[in-house]
Design a protein around this ligand. Structure first.
Ligand SMILES: *[C@@H]1O[C@H](CO)[C@@H](O)[C@H](O)[C@H]1NC(C)=O
Ligand SMILES: *[C@@H]1O[C@H](CO)[C@@H](O)[C@H](O)[C@H]1NC(C)=O
Ligand SMILES: *[C@@H]1O[C@H](CO)[C@@H](O)[C@H](O)[C@H]1NC(C)=O
Ligand SMILES: *[C@@H]1O[C@H](CO)[C@@H](O)[C@H](O)[C@H]1NC(C)=O
Ligand SMILES: *[C@@H]1O[C@H](CO)[C@@H](O)[C@H](O)[C@H]1NC(C)=O
Ligand SMILES: *[C@@H]1O[C@H](CO)[C@@H](O)[C@H](O)[C@H]1NC(C)=O
Ligand SMILES: *[C@@H]1O[C@H](CO)[C@@H](O)[C@H](O)[C@H]1NC(C)=O
Length: 554
């Protein structure tokens, strides 16, 4: 079989053209020709159903096999009988973490995942997955030797039938039980029910699994009966892993849906949230749901998402009782775009300029590698800095601002993935990340090795993914190494006043030269003149003014 991947498809489009004006809402998109490859199962996530048994937990080993699909040997582990992998020790990061978390020894998630399992499948070559039954990201086929690159596109650019197909895929993921993974509903100490010789794991739908993994990564540390829970811990936000964690999180959902649809070309679209203004352009009934006429915080009954019910909302229970979010879902998604009248700063979406400016921040992350890092690209796109990179405790920008703008389920950290806008908001954030990696020549040395908040060190296994995957593994260019690319054209930068003046002077000189020469450069003259006439867009966008809020970021 022959697989063709055009080189142009592997490079996200768009270099900054300093002399071209951008127009908000009119970003253009390159069309990308792409030939997709055959579907191949690639499961990525927490504990496989086969390992959710008392015996597996007691042994500390989670090494299921590929019998009967890929091996005739019923005792196969990790595809060893067919040369795909071996059962081996889990490697964990033991470098020091930052000062935010001081309860070492208390939390199940420390040195993930050895509190649960210390042996896992270690796959060879391009084989991958909890049992080495699938392929590394970017590969497919029985022998994992065929390239696979799915193209993530702007939701608004999808044709009506493509839009419908995406909505249907999400809805199917919401109602289909995850084929491979189950969720823990108790901390480790209570995970095995000794008397009944069972464990406290539950089945959960593919989409709710996506919500659960996010919840589990941000939940507090349970201190014990009657003692509540402590913060200072977040495995997926306020640190360098913010970008790598959410990248893997999306890849997991995308693969799960590809498997569900038996369609390897399925790609998650994105929402370009950097459009300014106070309108949610994707909040329509053919997309993510319009506002309901029956309540400003609810979704219109014409949207399938009005029937979705959310999981992981009983945080007080989890934190006081020491339980973990389970598959119970009772309330609807709440959303009120631009509706937070008490906080005007979050009633507007980020501006296109904000994305351009943040892409120019040179360093990936800076000490203390936290939500108060300054001149850190990660902290800037996450949204705790001015878009320029300057830390300012009162500012909420880019990713954080897009979440808070939603003023509802999608704006609360522990719940946010319940609103499917989360998926689109994060693919766009990931697109900016990939563009930054491309422009700044990705090098893993730019990712901090130690002294980041717990879970955020370069070699830390991201909580709670299974099989273990480190932050480092996601710090690569997606089209080259992860099996997907973005079809996006970045807006070019607005001109600064000095640039305008420079161009005006040059244009005037050119004009004079042309007049004197009396020659035929009419085309060139018109171009320069039109540039001179452009307004100073770069100076005109508003700054967000608001006192620091204690509300959770997202
Ligand atoms: C692995 O985990 C098992 C079960 O918790 C434990 O008995 C064993 O000592 C551990 N092995 C290592 C090398 O940590
Ligand atoms: C628990 O049940 C499994 C079968 O489900 C059995 O193999 C195992 O011996 C039992 N363990 C105990 C301690 O009873
Ligand atoms: C989950 O569902 C599967 C298939 O229906 C069933 O065999 C299994 O017992 C369930 N597991 C749990 C933990 O409920
Ligand atoms: C699921 O979580 C809810 C909310 O905390 C709780 O009331 C319920 O008892 C839990 N269900 C199970 C089976 O533990
Ligand atoms: C939504 O906005 C209202 C009104 O300003 C505010 O009281 C509420 O806390 C906000 N809710 C969320 C989840 O952001
Ligand atoms: C960042 O925040 C931490 C914790 O609040 C604080 O200890 C530290 O001094 C702050 N660092 C900077 C550079 O502001
Ligand atoms: C932080 O942002 C606020 C609101 O935009 C602004 O008033 C303030 O001057 C900024 N502080 C610094 C140090 O730039």
């Amino acid at each position: 079989m022959k697989f063709v991947v055009p080189v142009s498809a592997l490079v996200s489009a768009g270099t900054v053209q300093h002399t071209t004006m951008w127009c908000s809402r009119s970003w253009r998109f390159c069309s990308v020709a792409m030939v997709f490859t055959l579907f191949q199962d690639l499961a990525l996530a927490q504990f496989p159903r086969q390992c959710a048994t008392p015996e597996a937990l007691v042994s500390g080993e989670c090494c299921p096999g590929v019998f009967p699909q890929l091996s005739p040997d019923a005792s196969d582990q990790c595809g060893a009988t067919v040369g795909r992998g071996l059962c081996g020790p889990v490697r964990v990061d033991s470098r020091p973490h930052g000062p935010q978390y001081q309860l070492d020894g208390t939390d199940d998630r420390e040195q993930w995942p050895i509190r649960f399992f210390n042996r896992t499948c270690i796959c060879v070559g391009r084989f991958y997955g909890y049992n080495c039954g699938s392929c590394r990201p970017g590969w497919t086929g029985d022998n994992c030797d065929q390239l696979l690159v799915a193209v993530r596109r702007n939701l608004l650019d999808l044709r009506p039938e493509e839009r419908q197909r995406f909505i249907n895929a999400l809805d199917l993921a919401k109602t289909s039980v995850h084929p491979d993974y189950v969720i823990a509903t108790r901390h480790y100490n209570e995970l095995i029910d000794q008397e009944r010789n069972t464990t406290n794991f539950e089945n959960i739908s593919i989409y709710d699994f996506f919500v659960w993994t996010h919840y589990y990564s941000v939940s507090k540390t349970f201190l014990g009966p009657g003692q509540g829970s402590a913060g200072g811990i977040d495995f997926s936000h306020e640190g360098p892993a913010f970008l790598t964690w959410h990248r893997y999180h999306l890849m997991q959902l995308e693969r799960d849906i590809q498997n569900l649809l038996q369609d390897p070309s399925f790609a998650l679209p994105y929402w370009n949230f950097a459009i300014g203004g106070n309108e949610c352009d994707i909040c329509t009934d053919d997309l993510m749901g319009a506002r309901s006429n029956f309540g400003q915080n609810l979704l219109s009954p014409n949207s399938v998402f009005s029937r979705w019910q959310i999981v992981c909302e009983f945080v007080e229970d989890y934190e006081s009782l020491g339980t973990i979010c389970n598959n119970t879902a009772v309330s609807p998604i709440r959303r009120n775009p631009a509706g937070n009248i008490a906080r005007p700063m979050v009633q507007r979406l980020p501006e296109p300029e904000d994305v351009l400016v943040c892409l120019e921040v040179n360093l990936f992350d800076t000490p203390p590698f936290f939500s108060n890092s300054t001149e850190s690209f990660r902290n800037t796109i996450e949204g705790y800095s001015e878009p320029s990179g300057q830390y300012n405790s009162t500012v909420r920008s880019l990713h954080n601002l897009a979440h808070l703008f939603l003023n509802g389920t999608g704006g609360q950290t522990h719940l946010s993935p319940n609103d499917p806008i989360f998926v689109l908001l994060h693919t766009f954030t990931d697109a900016v990340f990939d563009e930054w990696l491309r422009r700044h020549n990705v090098d893993f040395n730019q990712y901090p090795l130690e002294n980041t908040p717990i879970g955020h060190n370069r070699q830390y296994n991201m909580v709670p993914f299974w099989p273990p995957v480190t932050n480092n593994e996601m710090f690569v260019l997606a089209p080259d190494s992860l099996g997907y690319s973005y079809d996006v054209q970045w807006p070019s930068r607005a001109l600064s006043s000095t640039e305008i003046i420079t161009i005006a002077v040059i244009a005037a000189l050119v004009l004079v030269a042309i007049v004197f020469a009396g020659t035929t450069c009419a085309v060139r003259r018109r171009t320069k003149k039109s540039e001179v006439l452009q307004p100073l867009l770069g100076e005109s966008y508003p700054r967000y003014a608001e006192d620091k809020e204690n509300t959770h970021s997202v």
